[in-house]
Every structure is written in C-alpha cells, then in structure tokens.
Design a protein around this ligand. Structure first.
Ligand code: T3D
Length: 260
C-alpha cells in the first residue's frame, strides 16, 4: 500500500496520508512520500494549491512508535529524525509560495497535530481532535508545535496543552484559534475541496506573497512589515493577475486568474 496518495486535479494537489491501520503515523516511507509531494508542489506550475488529509478514521498519530528499538542507543537520538525529516518538511511547507489546506479528518496527535498546524488553512471534522501527545511519552513538542501553539493560542493555552497532553476537541481548537473552522464530519471533504479549488483558481502569486507577509510578520517590527508590504505590493502589481483582477472588476465579470 502506498503510504502517501497523490493526485492532481483542477490545480489542487491532493495528498492523502495512507497508513490507516496506524492512524497514519509517520514512518520513513511516509516521510519519503511527503517529500516527493512537496517537490511536485514546488516544481509544477500546474499545482496551485495543496490539500492534505488522512485516510481512514485518523488524520495522523505522529511518529510511528512501533518502529524504534528502545534498546538501541543510536535509535534514542530523537533529534535525528527531526533533523532529517520533520524540520525540512515544515520549512518547505511554510516556504511553498502556494496555499496548503489541511482537512483534519480524525485524531491528530504528536507531530501529526503540529503537521496540521503547519498548514496555511486548517479545517477539521467535528469528531476530530488534537493531542500534544509528546509529554505522555516523555518528549517535548516538535514539528513546530512550540512555535505554532503560543502564537496561535497564547502562552497559557500552549503551555497547558503541551504539559497535560489533553485531547482538544476540534470545536475547542477553533475557539482557541488553532484552526480556521470545524465542519460536520460528512461535510469535511466537500468544504475542504471547495476551499482548495477556489484557491487553485485564485491569483497564485498573490496568495504566495500573502503567505510570506503573514508568516514573516512573526519576526518583524511594524516598520519592517510596512516595508515588506510595499515590496510585495510592487511585485504583485507587475503581475498579470492584478491587471486581470482590475479589468474584470471594471467589466463587472468574474476574474480569470492564471497565477501570473
Ligand atoms: O524521530 C522521531 O520520529 C521524533 C519525532 C517524534 C514526534 C512524535 O510525534 S512523538 C508522539 C508520537 N505519537 C503518540 O504518542 C500518539 C500515540 N497514539 C495514541 O496516543 C493513540 O493511538 C491516539 C490517541 C492517537 C488514538 O487513540 P485511539 O484509541 O483512537 O486508537 P488506538 O487504538 O490507540 O490506535 C489504533 C491503532 O493505531 C493501534 O494499532 P492496533 O492495536 O489496532 O494494531 C495503535 O497501536 C496504532 N497507533 C496509533 N498511534 C500510533 C500507532 N502505531 C504506531 N505509532 C503511533 N504513533
């Protein structure tokens, strides 16, 4: 069974984590499949949005805990997997100049929860949940969790989620600002697909630079951010989609963006 299913339709690269019997836990093959999907997203102009979801009843249960020999000293270097797989993955997701939508279809635990939070727009099924499971096995949040949680939810909520490892319902995740919205289980696929299709038909260059502006703001002063906005506006202003957008407005029709 392929650990990651990938298909491209209407500009949306659909990426499905596919190890349902392990609730889509990360192993080497799944990391390989995700890295290959990221390479496609980066290199193919036909890809204008990425949609990530999980097969079966879970979204992703984090690192596969069955694949580590706990008696081997070498395998207890828990930083090695982060260095080799998780950290490059999160950096590539954030740097991708195209939107990434995440449809959280079930439980998202450990690195699986933070992998979801690394996406640009997160929609979750009402029955889904988020667990900072690390503390339950004596680890610390990774895959960007200690960065995303305090920024999205505030220090107090981040601390409590990380220290207790309590399961957070999708509704509370929405209330905490961790995700964009919760939808009924049966509607998740359609809602996420619609968001992804709309983004794929959008002004891709503009969407990529919106992403840059929002994420860069975390480390910028207001003055630096204003300068960045000026530079980015200058860049998109020279693109074909800006001309199309204004022309369509004046002609009272729907714009047809090509991503230029
Ligand atoms: O180098 C590195 O990799 C470092 C990176 C570390 C990052 C991390 O992510 S550390 C955190 C790892 N994840 C966890 O600690 C979560 C472990 N899983 C759970 O706590 C629970 O499974 C869930 C809360 C996610 C779901 O609970 P539940 O009751 O809905 O399902 P279940 O029965 O526990 O699991 C269903 C099956 O999936 C089960 O297999 P079985 O018994 O039916 O054959 C279970 O063993 C398997 N499974 C679930 N999570 C994992 C897993 N198998 C391997 N690894 C898992 N993480």
């Amino acid at each position: 069974m392929e650990p990651v299913l990938v298909s491209l339709e209407s500009g949306v690269l659909r990426v499905t984590l596919n190890r349902p019997d392990k609730l889509n836990a990360f192993n080497a093959d799944l990391h390989k499949g995700l890295a290959a999907a990221m390479t496609r997203a980066e290199n193919e102009a036909a890809v204008r949005c990425v949609l990530i979801t999980g097969a079966g009843r879970g979204f992703c249960s984090g690192a596969d805990l069955t694949q580590r020999d706990m008696k081997s000293e070498a395998q207890l270097d828990m930083g090695a997997g982060l260095e080799a797989h998780y950290n490059p993955l999160v950096k590539r997701m954030r740097a991708l100049p195209k939107p990434i939508v995440c449809a959280v279809n079930g439980v998202a635990a450990g690195a699986g929860a933070n992998f979801a939070l690394a996406c640009d727009i997160v929609v979750a099924a009402r029955s889904a949940s988020f667990i900072q499971a690390f503390v339950k096995i004596g680890l610390v949040p990774d895959c960007g969790g200690s960065y995303f949680l305090p920024r999205l939810a505030g220090t107090q909520r981040a601390m409590a989620l990380a220290m207790t490892g309590e399961r957070l319902s999708a509704e509370d995740a929405e209330r905490f600002g961790l995700i964009w919205k919760v939808v009924d289980d049966g509607a998740l696929e359609d809602v996420a697909a619609k968001i992804a299709e709309n983004l794929a038909a959008g002004p891709t260059r503009s969407l990529g630079l919106i992403k840059k502006a929002i994420y860069d703001s975390a480390g910028n002063s207001l003055a630096a951010q204003l300068d960045l906005e000026r530079d980015l506006q200058r860049e998109v202003g020279r693109g074909t989609d800006f001309r199309e957008g204004v022309t369509a407005f004046l002609e009272k029709r729907k714009p047809s963006f090509t991503g230029g």
